[in-house]
Design a protein around this ligand. Structure first.
Ligand SMILES: *Cc1c(COP(=O)(O)O)cnc(C)c1O
Length: 381
């Protein structure tokens, strides 16, 4: 929860907005109707009944119109601050944006240390289509973006947790005539508002903390740029990577607890990062909320909350294996942002992290229990 003396809370009050906990509970809900549920259940429909004479009304066919999906889009849109299109996965959303915007001869700038699959997509499909890519480290140094059509930022970057100054980079990219997208997966819209910081468009995976229960895949694109929105909407309509009704409903239901989940995840991450930083047998501890972390200063000024993801190095794959075997409360799993604490040795997926690099995603378990379990597992490893 944002403390009431936090600048973001003051800003909410002065703008007449409600605080996070209230916003997520009410986001995207329909006006109350006597006898109806608060959040209507999922609609399962491919085609809908049409008027036999006048044809389609609000709903004609599920790939293009879906009431459960519209409610979820309204919820996410309220949090990001712009009209939103949801996709079946984060990668469907990101590739949907890239392929809607980029044409042969264009150049896209991607984070060198961001989500691995985006770079792989650029080096494969995009390159085959005649689109060049350059990679830029999230912590800099940055080029002048001359000749770049789209700059994709990811902050904090997954998995290394470097942070970039969105406002400054958006200004630099706009000066060069580029469009600016921010992958807001790790912070969620309660942790960071890229559109308010000057980005043109937000992309994200809703699979992670936004929905947070490790049971749904989701992605979205949010933008206040009407022409861009229309392009991405046409892309989605014609390529069809939409989430189903049940997944949309699960996601919407899960979002009501986002404020509470993030608050506990951040609390757990703060305690665990401090514990890890105090050990001599753990190196390269990264958490943007840790004073002294290379990301601390920019994160503190730019972010509304620090996510519950902590990274560190145990030196070797074997030691990570012993740690994960010994830890009773940490599931070995990829992905992050869920209610269960998980840890992933990223190198096993072939990305370019070191063999002992661990991305720990703090869940919402009791802080003292987690600290005790992790400390004991590290002692054993
Ligand atoms: C997971 C992730 C994605 C991809 O999302 P999916 O829902 O798995 O397709 C994109 N960007 C970031 C930063 C991610 O962590």
């Amino acid at each position: 929860m944002i403390p009431s003396n936090h600048p973001a809370a003051a800003q909410n009050r002065t703008e007449g907005l409600l605080a996070d906990g209230t916003r997520v509970v009410h986001a995207g809900l329909p006006e109350p109707v006597v006898g109806e549920p608060f959040l209507p259940g999922p609609v399962f429909a491919a085609p809908y009944h049409l008027d036999p004479v006048t044809g389609p009304g609000e709903n004609g066919y599920g790939r293009t119109e879906h009431p459960t999906r519209r409610a979820l889009e309204s919820a996410i849109g309220q949090l990001e601050g712009a009209p939103t299109l949801v996709f079946s996965t984060g990668m469907a959303a990101i590739t949907g944006l890239l392929l809607s915007v980029l044409r042969a001869g264009d150049t896209v700038a991607l984070p060198a240390d961001g989500y691995f699959t985006v770079r792989a997509f650029a080096e494969g499909t995009l390159r085959d289509l005649g689109v060049s890519s350059i990679t830029v480290p999230t912590a800099g140094p940055y080029p002048d973006f001359e000749g770049v059509r789209l700059v994709l930022l990811e902050t904090p970057a997954n998995p290394g947790l470097d942070v970039c100054d969105v406002k400054a980079l958006a200004a630099a990219a706009h000066a060069a005539g580029a469009l600016v997208a921010v992958d807001n997966t790790t912070p969620t819209p309660l942790g960071q508002n890229p559109l308010a910081l000057g980005a043109d468009v937000v992309v994200a995976s809703g699979t992670k903390a936004l929905t947070g229960h490790s049971d749904v895949l989701l992605g979205y694109v949010a933008t206040g740029d009407e022409a861009l929105f229309a392009k991405v909407e046409t892309w989605r309509k014609q390529t069809g990577a939409v989430p189903g009704g049940f997944d949309c409903w699960l996601a919407h239901r899960s979002m009501a607890t986002l404020d509470l989940r993030l608050a506990r995840q951040t609390e757990n991450a703060a305690a665990i990062a401090a514990m890890l930083a105090g050990r001599t047998d753990v190196t390269a501890v990264r958490w943007p909320g840790l004073a002294g972390d290379p990301s601390y200063a920019v994160a503190k000024q730019q972010m509304r909350r620090i996510p519950g993801v902590v990274c560190f190095d145990l030196g070797s794959a074997e030691r990570v294996g012993r740690f994960l075997t010994a830890a009773a409360l940490v599931f070995a799993a990829t992905s992050f942002g869920g209610v269960h604490t998980t840890a992933d040795r990223r190198a096993q997926w072939g990305d370019d992290t070191s063999a002992g690099f661990v991305r720990l995603s703090c869940g919402i378990e009791d802080t003292a229990d987690l600290l005790a379990d992790l400390s004991a597992a590290l002692d054993q490893a």
